[in-house]
Design a protein around this ligand. Structure first.
Ligand code: ZN
Ligand code: ZN
Length: 503
């Protein structure tokens, strides 16, 4: 082997894996020369397009009807509208194109190949299709506002409606009140210095939504917590938008590659209990919010979950899609968080060993978390694992203060503590002791106070709860548990924190 160029030299030392297995001929039609290699298999363009459309529909259509379909398909009849989450990134750009060409303005070139009797071309599947974009530039210094650019791109598609939100809407009572017709303007302030997260309710907030949002982010303990928190806030904002637009389905452009990244990085941050939800979840909103909606639940589906980021790139290239791109969510100057490190690792793995990435996702798909669910986490709206606080109290003494106070302090009753209403990840994120994000994120920010406001879905619930304590039995709805509609009783709440209570 010649050693004239450095690549050849590297190959001589450690032979690179060949990109494809056998020949350069398409594995599907066995005629055309291949144009693209997908996990060692060569495809021509004519075979790639229907193959990808098939994978997309296979991940979505069995979950469209209220009752999941068996192998024999019936016509697609969702109970509500469709909401597409759009970030400007490659995955969501491809997702929007597929949704448009399969269900909004059916494209005959896509649909003839795998049509059939129940073809979506016959009747529009979702009556209304909304596309929602959540802008984060106001909380991340140095990032660009892409709302106009996204709006222009989405409005080129006939038959979809554009909704634009800003991340601080999570703290904006005018947004909340306008969609849920509430007129509560109270605020809930949580004390982060205490692991039980006691809170007080106050009159209307003096902070702007943006300053409340910044204070919330400034309290985060590690660089890793920033993308996790933003992702959760965006997802829950979208869930409430879906409820408000009567959308029974909410789609995300998470590719196989991004899914592998989020699964691994979530598990490494203690989110193992939510492995199933990372892939697919069904959100049952609090009955108080659902009462004005035509839909009982929102299905969150990731129809690109079997399609790698590379296949998305090929699709975007061949379909001449414009990809706006999205910002990286990092603290300026911080070491990369777990999410970033996992992403680099998975991307590298995908280049050299493409099948490994789908193995990660398949393996995670087989995991089922141990332990039972005790309702829905107030912050991230995902199932909360039973007895998290009790378990945490058993396994760790996290500060000297805990030891010193153990014999003397009596924690706040469950009615005024947030901790029993949170999942493990959210509780850990709020209470971990690390360097707070404030100096890196907001150099001019005045030193973070110990009290922060919580997003509106949480404060609205807690305000309802506070009212309940003082007056009657009506008006307050406990969170409905994820499965079986079980409600979390006061006894269970108390059980969850029993280790903290000294009778
Ligand atoms: Zn072919
Ligand atoms: Zn949570």
């Amino acid at each position: 082997m010649s050693c004239e160029n450095p690549t050849a030299e590297a190959d001589a030392i450690m032979p690179r894996k060949r990109k494809y297995d056998k020949s350069r001929t398409c594995v599907k039609c066995k005629e055309n020369a291949g144009n693209v290699v997908v996990r060692h298999a060569v495809y021509c363009r004519a075979c790639f397009i229907p193959q990808m459309t098939y994978k997309f529909r296979r991940s979505l259509e069995p979950y469209v009807n209220a009752k999941p379909d068996g192998p024999r398909r019936t016509a697609l009849k969702p109970t509500g509208n469709l909401l597409v989450a759009f970030s400007g990134g490659l995955g969501s750009t491809v997702l929007l194109d597929l949704v448009n060409r399969c269900y909004v303005s059916p494209d005959p070139t896509l649909l003839t190949a795998d049509g059939g009797r129940d073809h979506p071309r016959n009747e529009r599947v979702w009556k209304r299709v909304h596309v929602c974009y959540v802008e984060c530039c106001d909380v991340l210094l140095g990032t660009k506002d892409r709302t106009e650019e996204v709006k222009n791109l989405v409005e080129q598609i006939q038959g979809v409606e554009f909704i634009s939100l800003r991340i601080q809407d999570a703290f904006d009572s005018s947004w909340w009140n306008s969609i849920f017709h509430e007129d509560s303007n109270g605020d809930v302030v949580v004390d982060l210095s205490d692991e039980m997260l006691p809170f007080v309710t106050t009159g209307s907030s003096t902070q702007t939504p943006l300053s409340a949002m910044k204070a919330y982010l400034a309290s985060l303990p590690t660089p890793t917590a920033l993308p996790t928190t933003l992702n959760n806030l965006i997802r829950v904002l979208l869930q409430h938008t879906a409820l408000n637009t009567n959308s029974s389905h909410l789609l995300f452009g998470t590719s196989l590659t991004s899914l592998a990244v989020s699964l691994i990085s979530n598990v490494s941050q203690g989110g193992g209990f939510h492995v199933k939800e990372e892939m697919q979840e069904e959100w049952f909103p609090d009955a108080r919010l659902a009462k004005n909606s035509k839909i009982g639940s929102v299905r969150l589906i990731r129809p690109l979950k079997d399609i790698s980021v590379k296949e998305c790139g090929v699709w975007a290239w061949w379909s001449r899609l414009r990809v706006i791109g999205r910002e990286e969510w990092t603290w300026p100057g911080a070491k990369p968080g777990i999410g970033r490190l996992t992403k680099d690792f998975i991307r590298g793995l995908e280049t050299d060993y493409p099948s490994t990435v789908s193995t990660i996702v398949r393996t995670c798909g087989k995991l089922s978390p141990k332990g039972s669910t005790s309702g829905q986490c107030l912050l991230c709206q995902r199932p909360a694992q039973e007895g998290v606080q009790a378990w945490k109290a058993r396994i760790a003494i996290r500060s000297h203060d805990d030891v010193a106070l153990a014999g003397t302090s009596v924690p706040d009753p469950p009615g005024h503590a947030l901790a029993p209403l949170l999942c493990y990840v959210c509780h850990t994120t709020l209470t971990s002791k690390g360097t707070r994000a404030a100096p890196a994120l907001y150099p001019s920010h005045t030193s973070p106070s110990v009290g922060i406001s919580v997003p509106l879905w949480a404060s609205s619930y807690l305000l309802g709860s506070a009212l309940h304590d003082e007056s009657s039995d009506t008006g307050f709805v406990e969170p409905v548990a994820f499965s079986g509609g079980k409600r979390m009783s006061q006894e269970e709440l108390r059980g969850a924190i029993s280790e903290f209570i000294l009778d």
